[in-house]
Design a protein around this ligand. Structure first.
Ligand code: ZN
Length: 405
């Protein structure tokens, strides 16, 4: 087994820490932002670019890769990293989020983009996913074909994809579900977690010639303190087939304004010695909240998705580089950014690329945005080491939030 987590420094508040996750494909210095390569590619960029900007790992998605090209194909290719030419550590999300969010039609609610709840839910007859005790039956968003994920199938798919860190199959709820439903769902996710451990153990033994894959349990519980803490206690102490979870994912519907509070609840209940991944979080303010409250790794589509719409991050806030104001602005996106895009290109050039719909626009903006977020979390790591986290947070966010998009 070549998975290990070592805490290297503890922050003053007792929750935040720095550490190193060791995987069969190399180490991850934490806290760290993990760029998303949903379909085994960080959209529009070469793995070399993602590696050069300092990203330590990438996270792909089991649901998407199961549908296309099929997890068996990736297995035959030698696993995710080899298939996509990414030699470093890899993660896969279990597909639990996607079968429910794409299938059930409440994508926006749990996408945590801050959209109003009213416009975010679709009527039940349009839903494409049904949950039962055994698993979830869903329709492919690609062609409408019917599929079924169970905890066992998710483990099989993720073993075939072969990422270093994989996640247990959970039921995603939204803030719409009432507490009674959240309680029932959380119990179901707990039972599914036991089945994931059993199947993971079986597959690990059956495929022992493959590099070890670490399994993280996923904590749900919406915005209820008792449920979140129960989930953390249940999965934090869970053991089956003689194995435990190697780490934990904090998932589900989270009101952004309560992110830090919710992370803090579960962190206080989880074993300190295991890494914690905050699923789907990547905006600067949220990253500070997550790190401060003890999360070690993060992933989010926002930096890449926004880059493709020409929204770019800067130390004085996020802005749209395709806007008219940047037509003749020959400065880089951010003066202090050391990325390939900022070293070589101006806002005016990016403005031109986006306006003329050139493919290079999304590529350069993605390199910058991913670099900006990866670098921001790396700076949080240094600040923690130097005992200057709060000062860094205040000074960064003070400047970042000055600008209104
Ligand atoms: Zn840059």
């Amino acid at each position: 087994m070549s998975f290990n987590f070592k805490i290297t420094h503890k922050g003053e508040n007792g929750r935040a820490r720095t550490g190193v996750i060791e995987t069969p494909h190399g180490p991850i210095q934490t806290p760290a932002f993990i760029p998303v390569g949903t379909k085994a590619t960080v959209k529009s960029t070469l793995p070399d670019s993602i590696s050069s900007l300092g990203a330590q790992a990438v996270l792909a998605n089991a649901y998407h890769l199961y549908l296309q090209p099929g997890s068996q194909t990736i297995d035959e290719a030698g696993g995710l990293g080899k298939f996509m030419n990414w030699p470093g550590p890899t993660f896969t999300d279990s597909g639990g989020f996607q079968v429910m969010s794409l299938g059930a039609g409440f994508k926006k609610v749990i996408d945590m983009q801050g959209d109003s709840l009213e416009e975010s839910i679709t009527s039940s007859k349009e839903r494409l996913a049904e949950v039962d005790e055994e698993g979830v039956t869903f329709k492919s968003h690609l062609d409408g074909s019917s599929h079924r994920f169970t905890p066992e199938i998710s483990m099989q798919v993720q073993h075939e994809i072969g990422a270093d860190i994989i996640f247990a199959f959970d039921e995603l709820t939204t803030l719409y579900h009432d507490k009674r439903y959240q309680e029932d769902s959380l119990e179901r996710t707990r039972r599914w977690a036991l089945r994931c451990l059993d199947e993971h153990d079986r597959l690990t033994k059956e495929r022992k010639e493959r590099p070890y894959q670490a399994l993280f349990g996923v904590l749900q519980g919406a915005h209820y303190e008792d449920l979140r803490k129960k989930a953390a206690r249940d999965l934090g102490t869970m053991s089956s087939s003689g194995i435990e979870f190697d780490g934990f994912g904090i998932g589900g519907a989270i009101e952004k304004s309560r992110l830090g509070e919710i992370v803090g609840w579960v962190v206080d209940e989880l074993p300190e010695s295991k890494p914690r991944h905050l699923l789907g979080i990547g905006e600067p303010t949220d990253l500070f909240e997550g790190v401060e409250n003890g999360a070690d790794t993060f992933d989010c589509v926002a930096p890449t998705r926004e880059a493709r719409t020409s929204a770019v991050y800067s130390t004085s806030g996020r802005f749209n580089v395709s806007g008219g104001a940047y037509r003749k602005d020959f400065s880089p996106i951010d003066d202090s950014c050391q990325c390939y895009t900022c070293k070589n290109y101006s806002r005016a050039y990016l403005n031109h690329l986006f306006r003329s719909k050139e493919i290079l626009g999304p590529t350069l903006a993605t390199i910058h945005n991913v670099s900006f977020i990866v670098d921001l979390v790396a700076k949080m790591r240094s600040a923690l080491h130097n005992g200057e986290f709060t000062e860094f947070k205040d000074s960064f966010l003070g400047k970042y939030n000055e600008r209104k998009v």
